[in-house]
Design a protein around this ligand. Structure first.
Ligand code: G4P
Length: 540
């Protein structure tokens, strides 16, 4: 039987599929254990059957998500991939975010396509810079976050101190659902606060998947605790008491609102605490939610298909010279060969060869549901930020461009390759790999990036994919802002600052600044102009 949400038709079979979907990303500072945890999750999901298949990317040639030469050379995963696996009847979509020290717009965009995140923290290091940056992005959309404090098999910081640091530095309440018993050499396991269980850590030394030993205790006063834990029982009691006094009881609503994070402790490499994390995750994390379009809120349960393109990847696999648009399905059922409309172009197309991703493998999509990520091969017609729909015209906003913080002038080695350069830069920009700006006076290309590694990647990709060789010249700029406001004021500021005024790839006006001081001063001097640091994709 068909139902309605806000008078829009919905279907029970869609509800069934939506409720079992979990679309999420893992966020962490490099080396906290994201890759290791990903691998363990995939092992549980049966998506891989060999420990080391994901980790191998750091050392061997055949990797799970390295599509490009530079990834192999540097041993890093530059591009993001999507991994789908099943667990306890749930269909999990794990979106990988670049795991290197650098940061790109891609990372931000991936986070706009997920319903929740898993945050991995190294117990010895606590909150690190990248964790904080990623958390800020999650906060923009109140993304619910579950925390996994990793590497308890090593000497780390006191757990109460870590909890306090997360709360202070990331501005989120912590509600531990498990608590570690000792650490490093004296690590005995965790106390499962909700279940009243001790889960013993008995490493078999082989880092293999193995069942956990558990003992049920009846409250913290149970003498069985002393029998099993010895002196550590007293410490556990003290710590839980402190936690009860100062911590936050778990509140599902606050978690869903992004105000509280449930915390699990474990050791990814020893596969300790991972199953509990995954079980906790599937029961707590939200299924796909309604998404705001410009005209109304769109429920995932609606019969009509809609989706948003959050990422475009060119030449992902040298064996398939194509561009893939990554679409997050927002509502309705997707069927192979269905007719879709691209809102920006006002054009229909037949989605005949959509693909699912399983790391490096692709498979044809017969059907897909809200929360799923499908890839649509195309020749450049689909762009980041595009809304695709089957029936009702919709526009989903919210794939932002962030103001870059690093700038380089492109120097073309062979001036006869100017056309190729333009083509390459346009495509790489549409993909969201980089942003470029052109001075209103002059013919230079100024590249803007959020992390400096992007420049290296762009040079490598221009050479590899477009046969254009470039080097970079330094520039004094540190900030860029898009300008909007009173037309006359915009004209005047452009006349008075010709050198610093640029246009981006979508022809939007922006201004470059040498320092924060200069930016602040200019902002004060031009009160009828807005200086914007985040711009949503122009849907022209
Ligand atoms: P990342 O993707 O977040 O960058 O981290 P990754 O999983 O690659 O883990 C970083 C390092 O931390 C790896 O060591 C990994 O083996 C180790 N690690 C991950 N989880 C745990 C854990 O629970 N306990 C301990 N003790 N170590 C852990 P590496 O030496 O850089 O690489 P490898 O030689 O082990 O592959």
């Amino acid at each position: 039987m068909t139902g309605t949400v806000n008078n829009i038709p919905t279907a029970p079979h869609i509800r069934r599929e939506v409720q079992r979907r979990r679309t999420f990303a893992i966020i962490s500072h490099p080396d906290a254990g994201k890759t290791t945890l990903t691998e363990k999750l995939l092992l549980f999901g049966g998506a891989i059957n060999l420990a080391g298949a994901v980790k191998a990317k750091k050392t061997t040639k055949h990797t799970t998500s390295d599509w490009m030469e530079i990834e192999r050379q540097r041993g890093i995963s530059v591009t993001s991939s999507v991994m789908n696996f099943e667990f306890n009847g749930f269909s999990m979509n794990l979106l990988d975010t670049p795991g290197h020290h650098d940061f790109s717009e891609d990372t931000y965009r991936v986070l706009t396509a997920v319903d929740s995140a898993l945050m991995v923290i190294d117990s010895a290091k606590g909150v690190e810079t990248q964790t904080k940056k990623l958390m800020d992005v999650c906060r923009m959309r109140n993304t619910p976050i579950i925390t996994f404090i990793n590497k308890l098999d090593r000497e780390g910081r006191a757990p109460l101190e870590l909890i306090d640091e997360i709360e202070q530095h990331l501005g989120i309440e912590c509600s531990p659902l498990s608590w570690p018993i000792g650490m490093g050499k004296s690590f005995q396991g965790v106390y499962d606060i909700q279940e009243g269980l001790i889960r013993f850590f008995r490493s078999d030394g082989n880092k293999n998947v193995r069942p956990q030993d558990t003992v049920t205790v009846f409250g913290l006063d149970d003498p069985a605790l002393d029998k099993h834990l010895g002196e550590a029982a007293a410490d556990l009691r003290n710590e839980i008491e402190l936690l009860d006094g100062a911590g936050f009881p778990f509140d599902h609503k606050r978690y869903l609102a992004g105000q509280q994070t449930p915390v699990f402790f474990g050791s990814a490499i020893n596969n300790f605490g991972v199953r509990e994390l995954l079980e906790g995750f599937t029961s707590l994390a939200p299924a796909p939610k309604a998404r705001a379009a410009t005209t109304r809120e769109v429920s995932p349960l609606e019969e009509n298909f809609s989706g948003i393109v959050f990422k475009v990847q060119a030449n992902m696999d040298p064996a398939h010279r194509d561009r893939i648009a990554f679409v997050r399905i927002c509502s309705g059922q997707f069927n192979r060969g269905m007719k879709l409309q691209n809102q920006r172009l006002g054009k229909h197309f037949k989605a005949a060869n959509a693909i699912f991703f399983m790391a490096k493998n692709r498979s044809g999509v017969e059907e897909a549901w809200p929360g799923d990520i499908i890839g649509l091969p195309n020749h450049g017609s689909i762009r980041v930020g595009d809304t695709l729909y089957s029936d009702e015209p919709l526009v989903f906003p919210g794939i932002p461009h962030f103001a870059p913080e690093f700038f380089r002038r492109i120097i073309l080695r062979d001036p006869f390759k100017a056309k190729q350069l333009e083509k390459g830069l346009t495509q790489l920009t549409e993909e969201g790999a980089i942003q470029y700006f052109r001075p209103v006076t002059g013919r230079d290309y100024i590249l803007g990036a959020i992390g400096v590694l992007q420049f290296e990647i762009i040079a490598a990709r221009l050479a590899d994919e477009y046969n254009v060789h470039v080097t970079y010249g330094q520039l004094p700029y540190q900030r860029v802002r898009w300008l909007t406001g009173d037309i006359k004021a915009l004209k005047r500021i452009a006349e008075q600052n010709q050198q610093a005024i640029v246009k981006d790839a979508d022809d939007c006006m922006a201004m470059l600044f040498n320092s924060d001081w200069q930016l602040t001063k200019t902002t004060e001097d031009w009160s009828d102009i807005k200086f914007i640091d985040t711009r949503e994709c122009v849907l022209s």
